[in-house]
Ligand binder design. Structure first.
Ligand code: GTP
Ligand code: MG
Length: 360
């Protein structure tokens, strides 16, 4: 492999190990070595696969990996206090002068606890857990499961737990509303144990459960401490340099700036000027905007950031890849477009058949 790469380099052609060549190129290169090449099978390749496997190869070289801040999602039953808890954390940990900017927030924000960052995502939706994992990148590292101590384990508590479990994400339980007179922490723990099999540490289990009041702020610091502790054990890593990769957690068409996408960076460094692709959307990053509405010069792993510069609104939960040049981003986007069209035509066909069937 290295000889082929070296020889081609001498001819002015730059190849990478593992690169997939067209049949024509492969045959031309083979000629140089007097190899005989016979085409026996041709198969369309998904160019995204090559990118994905380049990242997974990089992850195998542990010396290239460094720790990154945990990305935390708060989940739980309706009205159990998710938003209040997030607001409380934000108020406790974000400087006053920045709070004004937060109202136009981007659905994700970062706080700093003893010089360690934590990224919180407001609501990523459930697919973020299962779908992302299948594609080798996950939106969330830790789930904070909020359970109100006056209400106990409810249907959506169970649903949220199941999603976190399927995705194999560590769970911290925040037993909330302990300020309420009818709060019953022990009963809530009992329900968590019997209904979900989550046994608290103080009962000899291994689930971290923190009693809190999002209203008064009691226990909120403990939640943050526990997040850092769980993050340390989970050993959350990234590839710190090179082309960035991230997950879109929100996107829309903005009247003033056009397609606007919020993402959380997973690997690498994203900068204005980077070429990006996310499914069938592609472009060059015109500006990166942080959670306070300020333009930034770069975004690093676990940072939430907005991108201006996509040619169309990318799908939420799609993965953004930074690539070397505009041609690459466009050809990847074209491939995604043609795949989407193929899928669409399959579903339309089915649809027509069903209609025909019904009219018979
Ligand atoms: P959804 O987003 O609708 O699922 O709800 P949520 O889980 O975000 O709950 P939210 O934070 O909106 O809180 C619901 C209600 O509970 C609000 O009236 C809050 O003020 C109240 N609440 C939240 N946390 C606490 C708490 O610790 N103590 C008390 N007493 N009330 C709380
Ligand atoms: Mg809410």
């Amino acid at each position: 492999v290295s000889k082929v790469i070296k020889d081609q380099f001498m001819n002015g052609i730059i190849l990478r190990p593992g690169q997939i060549l067209s049949v024509e190129d492969a045959m031309n290169i083979a000629k140089n070595y007097e190899w005989e090449v016979e085409l026996i099978h041709e198969q369309e390749i998904n160019p995204f696969d090559a990118i994905v496997s380049a990242y997974s190869d990089a992850y195998k070289e542990s010396s290239r990996l460094v720790q990154r801040p945990p990305v935390v999602t708060v989940m739980g039953h309706v009205d159990h206090g998710k938003t209040t808890l997030l607001d409380r954390i934000r108020k406790a940990k974000v400087a006053e002068d920045e709070i004004g900017g937060i109202t136009q927030t981007i659905g994700a924000y970062q706080v700093e606890v003893r010089n360690k960052k934590i990224t919180f995502i407001d609501t990523p939706g459930h697919e973020a857990f299962t779908e992302m994992r299948a594609r080798g990148a996950q939106a969330t590292d830790i789930v904070v499961l909020v359970v109100a101590a006056d209400d106990g384990v409810m249907p959506q508590t169970i649903e949220a737990y199941n999603h976190a479990k399927t995705a194999n994400v560590p769970i911290i339980v925040a037993i909330n509303k302990i300020d309420k007179p009818n709060a019953n922490v022990d009963l809530t723990k009992q329900q968590l144990a019997s209904k979900l099999g989550l046994v608290p540490e103080d009962w000899g289990g291994d689930t971290v459960m923190v009693p809190v009041s999002a209203k008064t702020g009691k226990g909120v610091e403990d939640v943050l401490e526990m997040i850092l502790l769980v993050a340390e054990v989970a050993d959350i890593k990234c590839i710190p340099e090179g082309n960035a990769r991230g997950i879109i957690i929100d996107s829309r068409l903005d009247k003033a700036v056009g397609p606007l996408a919020t993402l959380v960076i997973k690997d690498g460094v994203l900068k204005p000027g980077s070429y990006v692709v996310a499914g069938s959307a592609s472009g060059r990053v015109k500006a990166l905007i942080n959670e306070y509405g300020k333009r930034v010069k770069e975004a690093n792993p676990s940072d939430p950031v907005q991108i201006i510069g996509f040619d169309e609104v990318p799908d939420v939960h799609s993965i953004v890849y930074a690539v070397d040049d505009l041609d690459t981003s466009r050809s990847l986007a074209d491939f995604a477009k043609s795949q989407a069209q193929k899928e669409k035509s399959v579903t339309t066909k089915r649809h027509v058949r069903l209609e025909e069937f019904l009219s018979m």
